[in-house]
Design a protein around this ligand. Structure first.
Ligand SMILES: Cc1ncc(COP(=O)(O)O)c(C=O)c1O
Length: 366
């Protein structure tokens, strides 16, 4: 049996006719940018999350950068971010000219906790950027309180956490802004690039609508700020509206896959992530830890099973960020995670017989 790390064609096949009919409809409509599909997607997605505003953008990286920029984060500011964040998350901070300060994540849950954030607060700290990495929801109550106490902005990177919740509240609605990517592999994935930010702040929303379209104010036609071009197109918005209708069902499928891994995996070399009380997780990736990762990867490949590593090099050790002068060993938990994490196949459409084979094979690893 051959099982790739991911297969997007299975999700496509499931609702193929709907996607193709809709795509043709948009192509024939003559409206391709900032039309009714974008407006409808924005209102449906904000309603889904119970957020007031959704502003769609060209991609998730822009969502993070626009959020920080519109919150006036810039040079001489520090933004606390988890050491094991995806590189793009950190780029949003440096793109504003601000300095990323890396907090250690929790080893068993991979995400931030309030005490690790508190340890990084200085007089320059302006914001905390939390990622719900792998679709595992970060317990938010203490983090929200900490930010309030210190007057810090709170931004959530929900690129991997569409539909995740903490105590019934959606990821993306705890802080000032929630940022989403609709990159095709995401739980709510487009058929190209896409992103959005959500907020309850009317002024920030107003600025974001304007900023993404060169800074143009729609009513008077004037350019009131120096904006950029960062827009979700009509085709992606139309297809995302279909994907959004199935998100509940898709999340249930991801949970079913995760449940079966928990029930089936038994191997002393493999550690499974800890699930926190009150979190509803969406398992964008199912990430195990193994101290003999290279051996495990080779063994699985011999058996036809592909895996992936998210992510092998933590941002502070990348060549691009060597100017931060953070040495290896500075973030031991982050570095341990980078050396041990392994993402198992957990894509939409993964068949039970395939997953049983993965579980059996993993359990026989010695
Ligand atoms: C956690 C996280 N943040 C940010 C991004 C950036 O999103 P995009 O690729 O849409 O720019 C991604 C996705 O690739 C991601 O997984």
């Amino acid at each position: 049996m051959k099982i790739p790390a991911n297969r997007l064609d299975r999700a496509y096949e499931k609702h193929k006719e709907e996607y193709e009919t809709k795509a043709l409809h948009v192509l024939r409509s003559g409206n391709y940018i900032l039309g009714s599909e974008v407006a409808a997607f924005e209102s449906e997605f904000s309603a889904y999350l119970d957020a007031k505003y959704c502003i769609s953008l060209a991609n998730g990286s822009d969502a993070l950068w626009v959020a920080l920029h519109l919150l006036n984060i810039g040079p001489s500011d520090e933004v606390i971010v988890q050491g094991n964040a995806f590189f793009a998350t950190v780029l949003a901070i440096t793109r504003c000219g601000a300095r990323p300060v890396f907090a250690e994540p929790d080893l068993t849950h991979y995400n931030l906790n309030a005490s690790n954030i508190a340890a990084c607060i200085t007089s320059h700290t302006k914001a905390v950027l939390v990622t719900h990495l792998y679709g595992l929801m970060t317990p938010m109550h203490e983090i929200v309180n900490l930010c309030r106490t210190h007057g810090l902005r709170l931004i959530e990177d929900c690129a991997q956490a569409h539909d995740a919740k903490f105590q019934g509240q959606a990821a993306g609605t705890f802080g000032d802004v929630g940022c989403f990517s609709f990159y095709p592999t995401k739980n709510l994935g487009a058929f190209g690039d896409g992103g959005a930010l959500v907020t309850n702040d009317p002024r920030l929303a107003e600025n974001a609508y304007c900023f993404r379209n060169y800074g143009k104010e729609n009513n008077c036609g004037d350019y009131i700020i120096q904006g950029v071009n960062s827009r979700l197109d009509e085709l992606q918005a139309a297809l995302l509206r279909i994907r959004l209708q199935y998100l509940k069902e898709d999340t249930a499928e991801k949970n079913h896959i995760a449940k079966r891994y928990y029930a089936g995996l038994r191997n002393e070399w493999i550690d499974l992530p800890k699930v926190y009380l009150g979190t509803e997780n969406v398992w964008h990736q199912f990430v195990i830890r193994c101290n003999r990762r290279q051996d495990l990867i080779a063994y699985l490949l011999e058996n036809g099973i592909e895996t992936a590593i998210h992510y092998p090099i933590p941002p502070h050790l990348t060549s691009a960020l060597r100017n931060l002068r953070i040495k290896r060993g500075a973030l031991p938990i982050t570095e341990q995670l980078a050396e041990t994490v392994l993402s198992l196949p957990s894509f939409y459409g993964l068949r039970e017989d395939e997953q049983d084979f993965i579980i059996r094979t993993l359990n026989q690893f010695s």
